[in-house]
Structure formats: structure tokens, C-alpha cells
Design a protein around this ligand. Sequence first.
Ligand SMILES: Cc1cc2nc3c(=O)[nH]c(=O)nc-3n(C[C@H](O)[C@H](O)[C@H](O)COP(=O)(O)OP(=O)(O)OC[C@H]3O[C@@H](n4cnc5c(N)ncnc54)[C@H](O)[C@@H]3O)c2cc1C
Ligand SMILES: *[C@@H]1O[C@H](CO)[C@@H](O)[C@H](O)[C@H]1NC(C)=O
Ligand SMILES: *[C@@H]1O[C@H](CO)[C@@H](O)[C@H](O)[C@H]1NC(C)=O
Ligand SMILES: *[C@@H]1O[C@H](CO)[C@@H](O)[C@H](O)[C@H]1NC(C)=O
Length: 509
Amino acid sequence: MRPLSAKPILFLIIKWFSDVVFAHGNTERCCKELSSSLHVATPGSQHYDTHLNTYFSLDQGRMQPACVVFPSDASQVSTAVSVASHHACRFAVKSGGHMAWIGASNIGADGFAIDLENINTLTISDKGDSVALGSGLRWKDVYDYLEPLNLTTVGGRMSGVGVGGFILGGGISFLSYRHGFASSNVINFEVVLSSGEIVNANSTSHPSLYWALKLSSTNFGIVTQFTMSTFPMNNVFGGAQVFAIEESQALVLSLVQSTASLNKNPDQSLGLLLTWSAAVQRYVVWAPRIQVDTSSVPPPLTSASPLLDTLRITKLSDIFTEWSGEESSIRGYNEWLTLTIKIDSQLPLDIFVKGQALFGPFIERAGYHWGFAVQPLSRRMIRESMDRNGGNPSSLSPNEDLFVLLFVSSWTDPADGEEMRTVIRQLASWSQQEAIERDLLEDFVYMNYASGVQDALMRSIGPENLSRMLDIQKQYDPGNVFGTLWSGGFKLRDPTVDVADTRRDISEL
Ligand SMILES: Cc1cc2nc3c(=O)[nH]c(=O)nc-3n(C[C@H](O)[C@H](O)[C@H](O)COP(=O)(O)OP(=O)(O)OC[C@H]3O[C@@H](n4cnc5c(N)ncnc54)[C@H](O)[C@@H]3O)c2cc1C
Ligand SMILES: *[C@@H]1O[C@H](CO)[C@@H](O)[C@H](O)[C@H]1NC(C)=O
Ligand SMILES: *[C@@H]1O[C@H](CO)[C@@H](O)[C@H](O)[C@H]1NC(C)=O
Ligand SMILES: *[C@@H]1O[C@H](CO)[C@@H](O)[C@H](O)[C@H]1NC(C)=O
């Protein structure tokens, strides 16, 4: 055995020390320099604490960035990017703060956070056919603005979700079965590049960047404004029904049939959440529903009567307010995971039974919650997403109807985290294995529902489009500034270059 040389060890210690000290030193320098021209909140201030409270997940809200920057327009975002790049400071970017995993849109003391909440202007076009949205808005702000104009856009279904993250991950909307992903309805992105330059990416200006941004996460730029197509909207028929868990078989079968019908009648939206209800201490099925046409009552999902029924003709904003009540029941520490499968009526039921068994020993404890949601990705929705505005980078093809499966878990005592994370990951991993064995698994991993341990962006793009994405990235960020300094989201990676990668396939969990 060779004697251990002290030299490399000493070198490693010095390197470790300098990495730690200089990373922090840099961050302090960035915070200081930024505070001379931008609004910056530092630990201990009230604004800093309010910022941490705006994250959906406590995992994110507990991270303590060295400072938080609140730019109010694109040029201030550009300043933040330039300062970060100049001093090599790490940073994270937050719009609505709803991505559930730790570090998705926040950062620890070795970096600073950029909170876009003050980038919040809304401007309807003269003709009313499009609306320009500041990237720090939440969907509630957007609907409150558009509803009095009898207009809407392809936005989120929970009003606290942010415009920014939702769109850059694709965005499944109540209007998606007619109009495709939210990102397919963006006609212009105003975006700050790694150089600090502010450009418009649209079908005629920077068209390749425009294409990439439609499924891009944190790889190409910080978007400051999204211009989206608007659509006429009046009252809708909608709300939610809650059924006894014994109805799940009939309901999943009904969802399979309704998904097929979404291809013919796309002006509706539906899904199922099989979930533990702490309020009633049992499992129930929550079935949210919207039908744009109010002239007819939609057919019932099952012949059983619901335990609770809020379906009515009303304004969309009423429905979103009602659904947002659900959000508060799942606030806490979170682990979300997702898979996409070919449409099937048996696998979702088997997954739920497996989940009940896994969570059985402790689900009744206070603060615990888990649920399993099934949402259609109809062929028509995929086709619309491909046909509109030049398509997007995803590998989805409109040959088959799909289900997006979402596994959610939450808890309020951090000490329960290890157990809960282990179990929900076990369930997702078991489900993935079953989906493979039953020949139902799709490559696509819906980024907005994925956990940080899932390689969501890389899995959602086929090899051809991946190399196109990598070329665009090289063109717009030749120094890989965003790859090295921008922490969070789902990163693009050159699979031919072997680098240490901490993201894993959930089957390896
Ligand atoms: C209660 C709840 C309901 C939900 N409902 C839906 C739904 O109906 N449909 C659906 O598709 N998804 C839904 N989601 C998932 C949601 O779309 C994602 O969590 C989404 O990423 C949230 O966006 P955000 O801006 O709030 O999040 P953030 O955490 O602020 O951002 C998410 C990611 O996007 C990046 N990012 C944000 N803004 C920008 C920007 N302007 N430029 C560049 N990068 C940016 C962040 O850095 C981060 O990596 C829901 C989530 C929750 C918690
Ligand atoms: C919106 O629609 C309602 C009901 O149809 C109508 O009364 C109202 O005038 C419309 N508002 C606008 C701004 O067009
Ligand atoms: C596309 O970008 C160009 C260049 O900035 C701009 O003039 C044009 O208005 C943009 N188009 C849209 C639809 O926003
Ligand atoms: C690549 O992107 C194009 C254009 O958005 C899309 O139509 C196509 O389906 C994608 N190709 C593959 C193989 O995923």
C-alpha cells in the first residue's frame, strides 16, 4: 500500500476551506452590491420572514438565503444576474414558490434568492386577444384581472400557484384539453439572459429560444414577462364532488371513459384525488370538475351519490377560491413525485391499495397526509401543444391518451420527514416498476409535479430535441452561468459528458 501523502489532503482541506469561505464571501459581496441599487431583505428583517412564508412547502420556507432580492422590472433582474455572474454568486429564483421540493426555488446561506413578486403588472392588449403578465404574479391575480373582462387564459387551477414556474414547466390548466399546455399559449417571453441582456423570445425573434422556453425550467433565462393568448370566458359549471373511497373503482373507470371523450368534447376538465382526509379520518375521493358550457349538466361520474357536492354554475374565481381551501390541508413539509402512464383503469387502483398498506401503520397520526391524483393527458391536448406556436421540446406524442399520476405527502413535524419520504418514494418506485411490467410506463415526467430526485427535464425530452436544447443553451449561455450558479429547478445536462449527478431515477430509490 502506498503511504498516504499529506499533500493532496492538505490541498483538499485548503480547497474545501476556500470553497466555503469564498462562496460565503462572494455571496456577502453580491448582497451588499445589490442593496445599493435594488430592494434587498436580509435575515432578521420582517420582509425576509414574509418572503420565507410565501413558499408552499415548509422545506423551502426553512432555507435561509444570505439575502433576498426583490427586483421590480427586467432591468433590475438583469442587474441581479450581472452581479451574480461577476462575483460567481449562487442564487435561486422564485415566482409563486409552489414547487414542493427543498431548493427548487430557494437557497441556503451560500447564495441569494431572487423573489419576483414585485414584477406584477398585467396589461391586456388593445384588441383583448392577449395579456402580458409579470412573472411574479399568482394565478389568482390573473383571474381577478381577466374575469371582469369576460376573458381568461390557460393558467393554473390553484390560485396561489405562480405564473413563472407553472408556465416554464408546461402547465396543466382547466383549459388544457382544448388549448394544450399553458406554455403552448405563450406568444412572447421577455427574458433576461445569462449575459444580462433582455430579449423578446417569440416566433419571429429568437425563435429557437422561444421553442426551448416552453419546457425549460431554470436553464435558459429568467423570464420577466409572459404574453399569453386570452379566450372568452363566462360562467362555468364546476366545483368538486367528494365520494366514499368504495367508489374509487367506478370513478377510475369513469375517468378512463371521460378521458376518451375529452378528445371530442375538450371544453371540460376533470381528475381524481384519492386521499386521506384528516378531517374525517378516512380515505375519500375528491373529484374536481369544470365544464365551460353551462347549457347542459355534465353526466354524473358514477351512480353513487357524493358525500359532498359543490357543482354549480358560477364564476371561475369562485371555484378556484373553493379549491384553494384544499391547498391549506396539504401545507407542511412535502414530498411530491410523479409518473406518466398509458391510460388504464386497474393500475391506479392497485397503486392506491399499495399506498394504503404502506401508510397504514401511521396515517392516523396528527399532521400526516398522503394522496394520489390521476389526471388525463388526452391525445388532443398533446396534439394542441404540438401544433400551437411551434410546439415544445417534450417527447409526448399524440398517439395515446395518458394519465399523469401524482403522489403527494405532507407532514407538520420535521421529525416525521424521513419516514414519510421513505414511504412515498417506495410507493412511487413500486408504481413505476408495476407500470414497466404492465407495459404502461411513459418516458415523460411532468416537471411541475416531480421531486428534485427525479430527472424530470432530461426524461421528458427525446434524444433529438435534447441535442437541440443543448445547442440552444450553448448559444445563449456559452459560459454556462446558469448551469453553475442558478440553483434549483430541473437542469439540462449533456449525457455524453460524465459528471457527478445527484439526480436519480426513482426506481433506484
Ligand atoms: C397547491 C398546488 C396546486 C397546483 N396545481 C397545479 C395545476 O393545476 N396544474 C399544474 O400544472 N401544476 C400545478 N401545481 C404545480 C405547479 O405548477 C408547480 O409547482 C410550479 O412549478 C409552481 O410555480 P411557482 O412559480 O409557484 O413556483 P416556484 O417554486 O416559484 O418556481 C418553480 C420553478 O420555476 C423557476 N421559476 C419560477 N419563475 C421563473 C421565472 N420567471 N423565470 C425562470 N424560472 C422561474 C423556479 O426557479 C423554480 O425552479 C400545483 C402545485 C401546488 C403546490
Ligand atoms: C360580461 O358578461 C356579462 C354576462 O354575459 C355581461 O353582463 C357583461 O356586460 C360582460 N362584460 C363585459 C366587459 O363585456
Ligand atoms: C417579438 O419580438 C420582437 C422583437 O423584440 C417584437 O418587436 C415583437 O413585438 C414580438 N412579438 C410579440 C408577439 O410579442
Ligand atoms: C421535438 O420537438 C418537436 C417540435 O416541438 C416536436 O414536434 C417533436 O415531437 C419532438 N420530437 C421528439 C422525438 O420528441
